[in-house]
Design a protein around this ligand. Sequence first.
Ligand SMILES: [Zn+2]
Ligand SMILES: [Zn+2]
Length: 178
Amino acid sequence: MNEHYSNYVNNRVLKIQIGFLLNETVGESRDTEFDVPHLLVDNDLLLEHLSGKLHFSRNSRGVLVQGKLHAQLHGECTRCLEQAPINVELPIEELYVSPPQPDAEFSIPESGILDLAPLIREEVIVQTPITVLCRPDCAGLCPTCGANLNEGPCDCERDTIDPRLAALKALRDQLQDE
Ligand SMILES: [Zn+2]
Ligand SMILES: [Zn+2]
C-alpha cells in the first residue's frame, strides 16, 4: 500500500499557523478553505476530497474552530467486502485553548500551530456508519462458497436451509406428521 501514499498530501496541511490570531483581540477571525484531493491524516486514515471551510475565531480562552468539512473514505461493503466509498460530513465545533492546559482536549502549543488532524480523526470515527453497503440491494457473498452473488448466482444448492429456520422446519414437519 505504501506506493499509493505518494499521491497523498501528508497531514501538514492540517496544521494551521494561528499564532497571529492569538495576538489579536477577542472577536477577530479568519476563514480557511480546504480542498485536498488525497490526504493522509494518519497511517491508517486516508481521506479523499477533503473540502469545506473552517472559521477560526479568537475568544477569551483560545481559538474556536467552526464549520463543516466533507470527505470520502475508503470503505468496504459489509455484505460483499468489495470497495465502497463512504461520504462523510464532518461538523466541526471545537475550542483550542491557549495557553495549553492539561485538562483541555485540544490546545494550541507555544509554536502557535493548531493541529486539526486529531480532531478530524475523531470526527471521522464518529461519522462513519457501522454498516456500509456498496449499493442498497447488495446481494452479498454466498455463505457456502464465498462467491459474490452480485456477479450472478453460484452453483451451490439454493435450498440449503438457514440454521435458524431448521428448528422451525423440524417443528412443522412434526406437526404435519401428527
Ligand atoms: Zn456489496
Ligand atoms: Zn455458493
